[in-house]
Each structure stands twice: as structure tokens, then as C-alpha cells.
Design a binder for this molecule. Sequence first.
Ligand code: NAP
Length: 247
Amino acid sequence: MTIEHVLLLAGTLEARKLAGDIAARIPALRITASFAGAVSDLPDLGVPTRVGGFGGAEGLAAYLRSKQISLVIDATHPFAAQMSRNAADAALAAGIDLVRLERPAWAPGPGDHWLPAGSVEEAVSLLPAGARAFLAIGRKDIGLFAGRGDIYGLARMIEPPGHALPAHWDVVLERPARSQDAEKALLSDHSMTHVVAKNSGGTRSHAKIAAARSLGLPVIMIERPQLPPARTAGNIVEILEVLAERI
Ligand code: NAP
């Protein structure tokens, strides 16, 4: 089967790399990338790109049909569960294939002190009164912590929060630091006692986990949401192999 048009659901570093690799290695392939538009400084992927929701699984299925898409690559973040569910449903409805890029989750190593949380709500409940918590969970779920006026929160996110947070908290509008030393300095300067993180996997946001380990801080690690069954690939090379199989 010849692939004519691939939809790449983006929003991750892998999606950015994948767009470049596909364009460079398989120039015959038509690729359209898609962003939710959750952040204002979207990267240029070097391929035709659309921005904004599709209108649920039905809207996406209609989009797939109208653009004659023959394969969906779901390279969204592991916590973008709604989009992944919609993508699986829409691909099924449109009768086309889907492959999901699932980067391996992080696992605790020697020196790590992780407290697993099955959901963001559970992470909120695991913080003891008086904790000083580094909340590295992004803007979407930060509102769930807003009722914890009995802790100090240092919340990091790219865009400003959509919810009011306790007045004594601080917000850092930044992407994750790449270096462990920078994360360590941030945690030490604010006398953090806990780190709250999503188990995103990958290297980009792991420095805070390594920094917590080196400072002996507990990490409340939010486990990934369940996703529907799908063909998966663990890395970009495997996605390129899937494409090679089909052309
Ligand atoms: P989500 O809860 O799974 O999706 C909410 C809605 O946003 C979807 O139903 C869809 O709207 C739209 N959407 C999401 N990703 C899209 C995409 N790539 N293209 C077009 N529409 C998209 O997603 P989220 O957690 O808000 O994440 C939004 C974006 O940020 C994702 O693309 C994800 O890769 C990226 N991101 C998320 C996280 C995180 O922690 N959640 C971290 C880093 C990056 P419709 O139903 O209208 O189609």
C-alpha cells in the first residue's frame, strides 16, 4: 500500500524530530502536522501544519476522510489521553491505520524515593500539610492543587495558569531546565521538600527527577493514564520502520 497523506499529531519533541526525519527521508510522503495550540510559541516543524482541536473523535474522523489521510501517527504527550483516545476512535471510524509513539516511562533507580500516584487527584492528597512542593505538572492540572493552601507550591508551566492559585505560591513560566544542576539550584533555593511530576518519560524533563534524587527529595510520580489498545512504537526509528513497511 502506498501512503499518500499522513497526519502527525504533535506537541512533543519526538513529533518535531519525526516531522524532520520523514520530510528528509521519505520526501514522497505527504505529511500534515497538527498542534492543539495550547502554547503560543509553536515550533516550525518544516511541514504543512494545522493548529486547534478537530471537534472530538467525530470531527477528527471527518477531517481524516476529507483530507484523504491514510495513516495517523499519534506522537502526542503520554498525558494527552483525550487526544490519543479520539485518534484511536477516529482512525477506526475512518477505516485507516494508526500508530502511537509511546516513549518508555521512567522507572525509579537506586537513590530514588518515589511515591506513586494513580492520578493527579491522588498526587494532591499525598502531599502532607506544610510541604513545600515543586509542581512540575503543567498548567492544565494545576487547578487541582489550588485548594491546598496548607502547602507552599512552586508551580512551573509554559503558559500562565488558567486558575487562581494560593497567593503565597510562586509560578515560574519556563520550560523544564535541561541540566540537573539548574533544577537542583531551583529546588534548593526554594527549600523544596517534595517534587510532583508526571511520568512523561524521555530525556527532556528528566533533570528535575535526577535533581530530586541528588537532594534526597521524595518525588510524587503521577502514573500515565490508560490508553486504548493500538499499534505502538517506542521511538522514532520504529515509526520510520512502520512507514518503510507500507511504501
Ligand atoms: P488532551 O487533553 O488529550 O486533548 C484535549 C483536546 O485538545 C483534544 O480533545 C483535542 O481537541 C485537542 N488536541 C490535543 N492535542 C492535539 C493535537 N496534537 N492536534 C489537534 N488538537 C489537539 O491534550 P492536552 O493534555 O491538553 O495536551 C495538548 C497538547 O499539548 C498535546 O498535543 C500534547 O502532545 C501537548 N503536551 C501535553 C502535555 C501534558 O502533560 N498533557 C505535556 C506536553 C505537551 P478536539 O477534541 O477538539 O479535537
